[in-house]
Ligand binder design. Structure first.
Ligand code: ADP
Ligand code: MG
Length: 236
């Protein structure tokens, strides 16, 4: 298993944002977390990226416990809800900077940057100043940065929030290609269409608890659509 989460609890003072959640994600799977605002999606991702400490429970990535932070950091890439790049640098300069944080040799960096920029179809923008890019291009640059150290698992927090319909499609295509490279992807969203299109399995999170995990096709069989499933399950 690429990711194992067992009885994960997160408290902020007296408030339990995660109430003991468990799931497992296989290598090269796309796993979606669906949940209304405040369900605990970002909290969960922040724990998986070592940004927040868990209160209790067990999390391991590729067999390595989450508290071995320096080993874990090499395995994970994270695209938060906010953009991660330096606005005044070009796309390629941003990649070069983040690559230097991982001590990636220049030659490997150049090859890798080229293939990631091609895969995400932003290679023609590599010399553009980041702030001049369109919304969708900015998102793709943040994803490119998260991939530059060749992680085994990629976390995306609402990757298409605020992105226009055409750019969303380009992002979905990019996410599919990342999976084809064998990279495991976990992402949060509240868009049913993208969860249905992209995810191998989806977990529905409500008030810090997972209330259901299944393939989108199975949710569709039972509830007609993933959206219906979500509405039915969340209101219970
Ligand atoms: N740093 C924090 N301190 C206290 N409460 C927090 C903190 N971060 C999130 N919360 C609370 O935890 C709950 C889950 O938040 P969050 O993980 O951001 O949800 P989501 O990403 O699903 O919208 C919310 O009720 C939120 O107010
Ligand atoms: Mg959030």
């Amino acid at each position: 298993m690429m990711l194992i989460v067992k009885d994960l609890v997160k408290k902020y003072k007296d408030f339990k944002a995660l109430k003991g959640i468990s799931y497992e994600v296989k290598e090269a799977e796309i796993f979606g977390i669906l949940g209304p605002n405040g369900a605990g999606k970002s909290t969960m991702i922040k724990i998986l990226t070592c940004f927040h400490k868990k209160t209790s429970g067990e999390v391991s990535i590729n067999g390595i416990p989450i508290d071995r932070i320096s080993s874990i950091k090499r395995l994970i890439g994270w695209v938060p809800q906010e953009e991660t790049f330096y606005e005044k640098l070009t796309a390629i300069e941003n990649l070069e900077y983040f690559s230097s944080l991982y001590n990636i040799p220049k030659k490997i960096f150049r090859e890798r940057a080229e293939s990631i920029l091609k895969m995400l179809e932003i290679d023609h923008k590599k010399n553009s100043i980041a702030e001049s890019l369109s919304g969708g291009m900015k998102r793709r640059l943040s994803i490119a940065i998260a991939l530059i150290h060749n992680p085994k698992i990629l976390y995306l927090d609402e990757p298409t929030a605020g992105v226009d319909p055409v750019s969303r499609r380009a992002l979905w295509e990019g996410i599919r290609k990342i999976k084809q490279q064998g990279i495991t992807i976990l992402f949060c969203t509240h868009y049913m269409d993208e969860a249905e299109l992209l995810c191998d399995r989806v977990a529905i999170l409500r008030s810090g608890e997972i209330i259901s995990i299944d393939a989108p096709s199975n949710f569709k069989k039972k509830y007609k659509s993933l959206e219906n499933a979500f509405i039915e399950l969340v209101k219970k």
